[in-house]
Design a protein around this ligand. Structure first.
Ligand SMILES: *[C@@H]1O[C@H](CO)[C@@H](O)[C@H](O)[C@H]1NC(C)=O
Ligand SMILES: *[C@@H]1O[C@H](CO)[C@@H](O)[C@H](O)[C@H]1NC(C)=O
Ligand SMILES: *[C@@H]1O[C@H](CO)[C@@H](O)[C@H](O)[C@H]1NC(C)=O
Ligand SMILES: *[C@@H]1O[C@H](CO)[C@@H](O)[C@H](O)[C@H]1NC(C)=O
Ligand SMILES: *[C@@H]1O[C@H](CO)[C@@H](O)[C@H](O)[C@H]1NC(C)=O
Length: 683
């Protein structure tokens, strides 16, 4: 089938060709003489500053680029350029205002750049500035992120790719955690080969320092490095000591954060139903990886868990009509079923999820945790296809009884829809990237929800106000519940937390009172971090809730998120950073790319399509297999010299001659289409 996977193959081919036929000319008339990355983590809140100092070694002025990759979850909070003693600060503005400024610059004929791009875990920040002959420029970028605990650890990911070996390269990481650091590990491409020797880790009880000072020579010697120097990530993983099951409370300058992650609680057995898309688009590696992941997940089920399996395309198939206990015999049986899952047909998400809800609802829930997991790689395109109706149906059927987790496989899914549907039903949506490790991503997600410890968790703070989210349906081992807020009366010397939850078969309460003015406390390096942490978490949660809200409430929360983004100068989906350059009126706008958007794809050149049947054209799909009759493809357009010719309205027809599998057929929407010979672009 000519789906996006096939398209990507074609694109890859196009890239390879252009890369070999047009090698990039290497100019070394720019000298990055110093590159520092300085990251401080205080109570899981990380602030990273990247400073790059560059000299124009040319006898004439030239454009110098600064490009770095930052974690997706982070907010950029500062950008500064210093040229000839003058500083130029990026200013965070509301999106519309920034866009206006950008448009004005464009209409004045001044160059204006727009920065946006997104990868799997990192996103790009890119800018450039014209630097006079033999002059220097300093770029400084700051970003902030609250590290999330997953599978028992926090991960601080730092990317370094200065584009050339740097004489003075330094990476300094300082982690300060009041309860103590229980383990710390440094991984990633940059810790391989010769570079491993450049990493030094120092640990005290509550602090850890990681320094990475590779020499110029070492910078070319790691797995992913080369003559352009460092290129890769350093991944620092750690966890903190958890002496009290009541959690850790940190108070600073009128704000607090409560980290709650008890682990000495017995696991609650779970009821889990997997709802697996087996539509035609799952064909090939995706369905192979899904089978592989399911087989491993089944192996990991605990014997007192109950599970159900549903596969769907336009039809819904149940492995068994009800959930069965994860006994050896049942698992063996289920594995045979999984091994036989084949791709075919269309995508009826509505019927499949409702079947899952029905199945899990009929199972006794007392003292257990029930979870629905939907895996899909496409939009609903058969049965009920109205997204609003599907969401209403699912919400009504689930009735807040258990969470629905949605895993969106690849870029053809409507990720907004999946996000909304899971949030509405107490779960989360996660993207599974089409890659060689997709099976591990699937299994990783399952591992995160494999061990429920508490349900119906409520957190209360009598002395707190403006709290972030305080109710959670489930708490899983290895994760962490985080609540932050403001302290109502800062003169009070104690602060009380209370957590009420349901543990295996009993209600539990955790109550704690801490003294807020403990004289033995060493203040953190940055006393404002707590307020910024609160703002970060509040903005993240307000933005997340946007998909759930309507009308006035939605508008109010949007305004609040915008207000906080502006106050703390966070580049969020509601704001942009405007960088005004030394050149008269030139501006550049940095946006936060939206999660779920496919990376920008250049158009692929298509060989000339040939007439196939009235209204249809046959064209080479270069390795992609044509879909079954009537299967849907990616909506797109074939273009000839930029003007749309064929709307590939989503409907594909199989070449009846199955012997030429590398051809697909597109529907011509023009009244009487006639194609001219030549190459066609497909978007
Ligand atoms: C990193 O930041 C800390 C705290 O702001 C500062 O003390 C230190 O000098 C910085 N290190 C570098 C290499 O810039
Ligand atoms: C650099 O520019 C100056 C002034 O234009 C000129 O006199 C000098 O010869 C140039 N040097 C080189 C190495 O090109
Ligand atoms: C939860 O995780 C901790 C540490 O990873 C482990 O020691 C503990 O046994 C786990 N609890 C359960 C119930 O599996
Ligand atoms: C809570 O936040 C609102 C809006 O940001 C603010 O006006 C109010 O002062 C805050 N409450 C407290 C107690 O600081
Ligand atoms: C837990 O508390 C709820 C509400 O207070 C109560 O209805 C329920 O019976 C309690 N469950 C147990 C096991 O004590």
């Amino acid at each position: 089938m000519m789906d996006r996977a096939a398209l990507r193959l074609i694109l890859l081919a196009v890239f390879l060709i252009s890369a070999t036929s047009d090698p990039v000319k290497k100019k070394q008339d720019v000298d990055i003489y110093s590159f520092y990355i300085n990251s401080t983590v205080t109570s899981r809140y990380s602030t990273t500053v990247i400073t790059s100092r560059v000299a124009n070694t040319l006898n004439e002025s030239q454009e110098i680029q600064f490009e770095v990759k930052i974690p997706k979850n982070a907010f950029i909070s500062k950008f500064r350029m210093t040229i000839e003693g003058k500083t130029y600060d990026g200013v965070v503005k509301g999106k519309e205002e920034a866009q206006q400024q950008y448009n004005q610059a464009v209409s004045r004929g001044q160059s204006a750049g727009l920065v946006r791009s997104v990868g799997r875990t990192l996103e790009d920040f890119k800018t450039s500035v014209t630097v006079a002959a033999l002059s220097k420029v300093t770029f400084e970028l700051t970003y902030e992120e609250l590290l999330k605990r997953r599978l028992g650890k926090y991960e601080l990911l730092i990317n370094a790719q200065p584009m050339q070996p740097v004489a003075d390269f330094k990476m300094d990481v300082h982690i300060q955690e009041k309860p103590g650091i229980s383990f710390l590990e440094v991984k990633g491409d940059l810790s391989t080969g010769d570079l491993a020797n450049a990493i030094k880790t120092t640990r005290a009880d509550k602090d850890a320092w990681v320094t990475f000072y590779p020499t110029r020579d070492q910078q070319t010697k790691c797995k992913s490095c080369g003559e352009n120097g460092l290129n890769g990530d350093l991944l620092i993983t750690y966890d903190v000591e958890r002496r009290s099951p009541k959690g850790e409370v940190v108070v600073s300058n009128g704000y607090f954060v409560h980290y709650f992650a008890p682990s000495d609680v017995p696991r609650i057995s779970k009821n889990v139903v997997f709802i697996i898309d087996r539509s035609g688009s799952m064909s090939g590696r995706k369905i192979d990886q899904t089978r592989l992941a399911l087989l491993r997940i089944l192996t990991d089920l605990d014997e007192d868990d109950h599970f159900g399996l549903i596969t769907f395309d336009s039809e819904v198939s149940l492995w068994k009509r009800e959930l069965l206990k994860a006994t050896e015999k049942n698992l063996k049986n289920a594995k045979s079923f999984v091994k036989e899952i084949r791709d075919r047909g269309a995508t009826d998400i509505n019927a499949a999820v409702l079947a899952g809800v029905d199945m899990i609802s009929r199972h006794p829930r007392e003292g257990t945790a029930s979870i629905l997991i939907l895996l899909t790689d496409g939009d609903p395109n058969t049965g009920e296809i109205n997204i609003e109706k599907i969401m209403a149906n699912v919400k009504e059927a689930i009735g807040t009884k258990f969470p629905l987790y949605c895993l969106g496989f690849g870029y053809d899914v409507n990720f907004d829809f999946l996000t909304k549907m899971s949030l509405e039903n107490g779960g989360v949506a996660r993207r599974i990237y089409e890659d060689s490790d997709a099976d591990l991503q699937l299994q990783g997600f399952y591992d995160e929800v494999a061990v429920p410890l508490l349900t119906d968790i409520q957190l209360k703070y009598p002395g707190g106000t403006n709290l972030t989210k305080t109710t959670f349906s489930l708490y899983f081992n290895g994760s962490e519940i985080v609540v932050s807020g403001q302290i109502t009366d800062n003169s009070v010397e104690s602060f009380t937390t209370e957590v009420i939850a349901v543990s295996k078969g009993s209600n539990v309460t955790y109550q704690d009172t801490i003294m807020t003015k403990d004289p033995s406390d060493v203040p953190p390096e940055d006393e404002d971090f707590m307020q910024r942490l609160w703002a970060y978490l509040t903005v993240k949660q307000l933005l997340e809730r946007q998909v759930l809200l309507k009308g006035q409430e939605k508008e109010d929360e949007n305004k609040e998120a915008l207000k906080l983004s502006l106050k703390y100068q966070f580049v969020t989906p509601l704001t942009s950073m405007v960088v005004t350059k030394p050149q008269e009126g030139e501006v550049e706008v940095a946006d936060k790319p939206k999660e779920g958007e496919a990376p920008a794809r250049p158009a692929a050149k298509m060989p000339h399509p040939v007439p196939y049947a009235p209204g249809f054209w046959l064209y080479q799909s270069q390795g992609g297999l044509p879909g079954p009759p009537g299967a849907s493809g990616v909506p797109g357009v074939l273009r000839d010299n930029g003007s749309p010719l064929i709307q590939r309205g989503g409907r594909y027809h199989t070449d009846p001659l199955q012997s030429i599998p590398s051809y697909a057929v597109a529907h011509d929407i023009r009244p009487a289409g006639r194609l001219l010979p030549g190459m066609y672009e497909m978007l």
